[in-house]
Design a protein around this ligand. Sequence first.
Ligand code: ADP
Length: 205
Amino acid sequence: MRVLMIAPPGAGKGTQGALIAAHFNIPHIATGELLRDHVARQTALGQAVQAYLDRGELVPDQIVLDMVREAMIAAKASGGGFVLDGIPRNMEQARAAYEIGLELEMTADVALHLQAGDAELTRRLLARAALEHRSDDTPEVIAQRLALYHEVTSPLLAWYRGRGILVCVDAMRSAPEVGREILATLEAVHPSLDRAPPRERPPWA
Ligand code: ADP
């Protein structure tokens, strides 16, 4: 099972990504978590990205793509499945992730979209802020992350719909309810569905 998630902040990517990973016994590759871990450990990369995270902006594409390539190579060695959480977030990342997938012969079977409205997302993120103290869960930064999602990430949905791998799930329900629907939906997916738009396919594919 190879899944990528397209969802706004607060929709439950982390929770549902962990559930999918445990259910299918595949690695959960969460770019936000990987980046926050670098920040916490104060690595050179962590120091370079911290300001982007604090402002709710995207870190440079190449940084996350290098991370994801490395994680996908490890995923290939451990069976070939994965659940990507947090990437792609813009069209460049979507194209690059697809190229990495082609190169490793592990393009995504499903693009899972978790749908939820901004008011509910903001409510959830502010509730989380009280518990987790993430530097980007403040009202201003939440608004910035949601705006960025609508502007640069949500247009990817059409691209995945065109590839025939988009699946949408209503995330405006409790986490267990959403989780049950996701697993039932993924269990019903036939991995041969990938139909890349012709111009995205290299001549040899
Ligand atoms: P959320 O979806 O709630 O914003 P994430 O944990 O996925 O949470 O991401 C947190 C932050 O990490 C983002 O605001 C951004 O700064 C950075 N980030 C994560 N993934 C990417 C990515 N693919 N490209 C650029 N920046 C990213």
